[in-house]
Design a protein around this ligand. Structure first.
Ligand code: SAM
Length: 177
């Protein structure tokens, strides 16, 4: 399953940290790419540094219009999953979504355009209370992959964590410069 994420909108400056965290959750929970409008180019640099140290090839792609990405992905057979507190319960939708081939997950920042509800194949609520795009994304990605995302290797990492009950165990790859 290929998973990609698109974030619709961003409140300038105020949302930088949240947007970075949406990207970090996407990467850490097994998505291959995130699309977002270019509000702050530093977010891309931050994620590139993370890839460089911790491995993998997660991509941040700046876009002009979210609708173009959604329509293009639909044409390519991706199913569009829009996270919204108004959507159907994740408890009811998770199995069907987990069986899909490729997914584009859409999260909002502030009020999302009405159109996304119609373009989406699934409008999914992680509970029906307002919370956060970061938590909604993490829970959806965990439910549909059933924790398997944490077994995935991040290739070419300079640092790799060896899970340990106490303290920190980090394997550092020798580099010949
Ligand atoms: C801070 S919320 C803003 C919601 C906005 N008030 C609205 O009516 O669309 C930002 C994003 O978090 C996600 N979100 C928040 N609560 C959610 C929930 N209970 N279930 C699914 N997604 C949620 C949605 O993607 C939403 O667009």
């Amino acid at each position: 399953m290929v998973i990609e994420v698109v974030r619709i909108g961003q409140r300038v400056v105020r949302d930088d940290r949240v947007t970075t965290h949406v990207a970090l959750v996407s990467r850490g929970f097994g998505a291959e790419r995130i699309y977002m409008t270019e509000v702050n180019p530093e977010i891309k640099e931050t994620i590139e540094k993370i890839n460089n140290t911790w491995g993998g090839n997660f991509q941040v792609e700046f876009i002009e219009k979210w609708k173009t990405v959604v329509k293009k992905k639909k044409e390519k057979g991706f199913k569009i999953v829009h996270l919204s507190m108004y959507g159907e319960s994740i408890n009811d939708a998770e199995v069907e979504i987990g069986n899909e081939e490729n997914l584009l997950i859409v999260v909002g920042a502030e009020k999302v355009p009405r159109e996304i509800y119609e373009l989406a194949d699934y409008n999914v609520g992680v509970g029906n209370q307002p919370h956060s795009e970061i938590s909604a994304l993490a829970i959806l990605m965990d439910r549909i992959q059933k924790g398997k995302q944490f077994e995935k290797e991040f290739p070419n990492a300079k640092k790799k964590i060896i899970p340990t009950k106490n303290g920190k165990n980090v394997q550092v790859k020798e580099t010949r410069d």
